[in-house]
Design a protein around this ligand. Structure first.
Ligand code: ATP
Ligand code: ZN
Length: 692
């Protein structure tokens, strides 16, 4: 009796959680149910259902993904539809069975077809993992428990077991799907627009309008949109997404390049090999699949723990048979603590993801939660990360006959279409002066150095002193003096050369992000080692490290070196979090154990990073680490909450001849407590209230 009461409560609670739409204010239910011209009512119902389930996760996360990628992944896959259908039938079956069991037990026979339909799934899953993957999963316990319960006539037990199985399946698959979404943005953006050279001019066209003989132009920081052959240009390409190789590949005329790889430096003109859309379509599915499979191996720690409990559970169940009969044997199967873990663990993940979204932290990859508590080293990029997205133009120095406006106009023309913080500062300043810019041609950007471009027929270079030296432009004594002066005030200098002669220097004043100081202090208070890695010069980097109390710094680093430093720290046994904004950070972001970027950073960085701070506030960093620790605590609690009742129930069955009733009471108790634990609000200190 108690058991069925608890069963009713659990089923209604879980159904209510899943069906909860009341807090869905922005989009009332009828908005989904109103038939759209191209969609069938069935599809709309699926969409509505999917939204209901997503309300568990909060819609904020989808909104963040939408602002970041320009779209929200709303498509419902066939697998998801199947899971939903299964869940609905299982809920229906559980409801009918419990009701009939209470009022007209004889009529329970009517539920047999539904049960048969439902039982097929755990059998299929168990068979799949047994035969194809050669391992025993919880599905095996499910299949045996459910069939034994049916044969022994425990109808309600079977129905509730199946319902919980459906819930676990749904939760697990939903949380897996969330990790796939991070790739969506990249592919959607690539698949829409490309730049082509037609009649000597570059125009942006829809990828669907690509023609056979079009020449596609790709610039540094962009994702290569097609499979093609290089007609012109030399470039450094990060192909990791396809090949997994960590070193970027050098490419030149005649070499192949592939869609979805990232152009780190250079400018390429490509001959399209395959009709763009075909390639895009083919790869999307392929890569999504590969990535999802890769994730699956790592993601489900709870699943692994649960699977390990399978063999002992089956053994104990057999042992219980002579002691406490069929009821005891099924009771043991029900006590398999994996059941509870399988539901509470993905629920916890989703709860944390939702909570983070509400605080403007978009965690694209749920796996990050497992790694976060281990972080002991945080590496900051300097320009654009510790400092604001855009420095301020402070002064223009002249070395030749040019005017300040000439220098600014040439610089702004050269920086056209660049996403570097220096570029935005210069372009903004030129706009504020109302300057009309000369035409810049043959632009070639070297990540970490600067830009070479042809303006008004003259070779123009803008970049660091290192860049000037590398292209053989002499730096007058005066320029070095200006740079030293500027750097002693914490400013940075970029040099501009026109026609091979140094023409001017632009002095930029970086603005520290407001929360930088408090963030570093909060990290240090947590015993975390901090460093800066910057492509900028030694003095400004060291000054900033000293000012903020950062433990260590590395200056003058090139993109690959940033990744190498991260790798070296990892080899010392550190778990590294890298936070960066630029194209020059993309490789290091991939190397780090946890990668963070800020909204407004270059797409190369926001596509690569696992976590994005949507409001650009660095103080989320310590919050994030606290969150990871809380997550770990919750997962431990989840485990104890499932292990203890299971142990009590198994001991009761083995020692005191307990049966299914005891197992059920303990099961519901554990399930109730762990679901509560998994969805409880997360209490975190808010850094902003403490410091300042
Ligand atoms: N678009 C650009 N325009 C002018 N100079 C550039 C440009 N890109 C790079 N440089 C020069 O190369 C140097 C190194 O650039 P890089 O992008 O590697 O690092 P950064 O942005 O200065 O610093 P951080 O690594 O901290 O973000 C810059 O300091 C600048 O002098
Ligand atoms: Zn940067």
């Amino acid at each position: 009796m108690i058991a069925s009461l608890l069963a009713v409560v659990t089923v209604s609670y879980l159904t209510a959680r899943l069906a909860k739409v009341s807090n869905h204010k922005e989009k009332p239910l009828h908005a989904y149910l109103l038939p759209q011209p191209q969609q069938t009512l069935a599809e709309d119902c699926h969409a509505a259902f999917e939204q209901k389930i997503d309300s568990l996760l909060g819609t904020r996360r989808e909104q963040h993904l939408e602002t970041l990628n320009g779209f929200a992944p709303r498509q419902i896959s066939e697998a998801t539809k199947q899971d939903n259908r299964y869940l609905v039938v299982a809920a229906l079956n559980a409801g009918i069975t419990i009701a009939l069991g209470a009022v007209a037990p004889l009529w329970l026979i009517l539920t047999v077809p539904l049960s048969l339909y439902l039982v097929r799934r755990p059998f299929q899953d168990a068979w799949q993992s047994l035969v194809h993957e050669r391992r025993m999963t919880v599905a095996l316990v499910d299949a045996i428990a459910v069939s034994a319960a049916i044969l022994a006539g425990f109808w309600q037990v079977t129905a509730i077991g199946l319902f919980l199985y459906a819930v676990a399946l749904k939760l697990l698959n939903t949380s897996k799907q969330k990790s796939r979404q991070q790739l969506g943005g990249l592919f959607m953006r690539v698949s829409t627009c490309v730049w082509v050279q037609r009649g000597g001019v570059e125009t942006e066209i829809n990828i669907a309008d690509l023609q056979e003989d079009d020449v596609v132009v790709v610039r540094s920081g962009e994702i290569i949109p097609v499979d093609g052959i290089i007609l012109q240009g030399i470039a450094l390409v990060d192909q990791r997404i396809l090949t997994g190789e960590s070193q970027p590949a050098e490419k030149q005329g005649g070499d192949d390049v592939f869609a979805f790889t990232l152009l780190l430096s250079g400018r390429l003109e490509l001959k399209v090999c395959k009709s763009g859309q075909q390639t895009v379509a083919a790869r999307i599915g392929d890569i999504l699949q590969k990535t999802a499979d890769y994730k699956n191996q790592h993601e489900c720690r709870a699943e692994q723990i649960a699977d390990r409990a399978v063999a002992p559970t089956l053994l104990l169940s057999v042992l219980a048979l002579p002691i406490s009969g069929m009821s005891g044997a099924i009771g043991v199967l029900w006590s398999c603590f994996g059941y509870t873990m399988r539901i509470s663990s993905p629920m916890s993940v989703m709860n944390f993801l939702r909570h983070a979204s509400e605080q403007q932290i978009l965690i694209k990859d749920g796996m990050a939660l497992d790694v976060l508590p281990g972080i002991d080293t945080v590496i900051f990029d300097k320009t654009g990360t510790l400092t604001e997205e855009q420095p301020e133009l402070h002064l223009i120095h002249r070395f030749a006959q040019h005017t300040d406006n000439d220098i600014l106009a040439f610089a702004a023309a050269a920086e056209h279409r660049q996403s570097h913080p220096i570029a935005s500062a210069i372009i903004t300043a030129a706009q504020q002066q109302g300057l009309s810019l000369p035409l810049a041609e043959h632009s070639h950007c070297q990540v970490g150095y600067g830009i070479e471009v042809c303006i008004a027929g003259q070779a123009t270079h803008i970049g660091s002193t290192r860049f000037m030296e590398s292209v053989g432009i002499a730096l007058p004594e005066m320029a070095i003096h200006i740079q030293t002066q500027a750097e002693s005030q914490g400013h940075s200098v970029v040099m501009l050369a026109i026609g091979g002669l140094l023409a001017g220097a632009i002095e930029l004043r970086p603005q520290l992000r407001p929360s930088a100081h408090a963030t570093v202090q909060a990290l240090k208070a947590r015993g975390i080692h901090t460093c800066i890695i910057s492509g900028d010069r030694e003095t400004p980097t060291r000054n900033l490290a000293e000012k903020l109390g950062i433990d260590d710094y590395f200056a003058n680093t090139l993109p690959e070196q940033k990744a190498q430093i991260a790798q070296r720290l990892q080899a010392e046994g550190r778990t590294v979090c890298f936070i960066g904004d630029g194209i020059n950070d993309a490789i290091a972001l991939k190397q780090a154990d946890i990668s963070v970027s800020l909204k407004g950073a270059t797409t190369a960085a926001t596509d690569t990073a696992q976590i994005i701070f949507m409001d650009g506030d660095l103080s989320h960093l310590p919050t994030l680490i606290d969150m990871g620790q809380q997550f770990q605590k919750t997962q431990h609690q989840n485990m104890w909450i499932s292990v203890v009742p299971a142990a009590i129930s198994i001991s009761g069955i083995m020692l005191l001849h307990g049966g299914l009733a005891l197992a059920a009471v303990m099961f519901y108790l554990g399930m109730g407590l762990s679901v509560r634990n998994a969805i409880q609000p997360i209490q975190l200190s808010n850094l902003k209230n403490h410091d300042n």
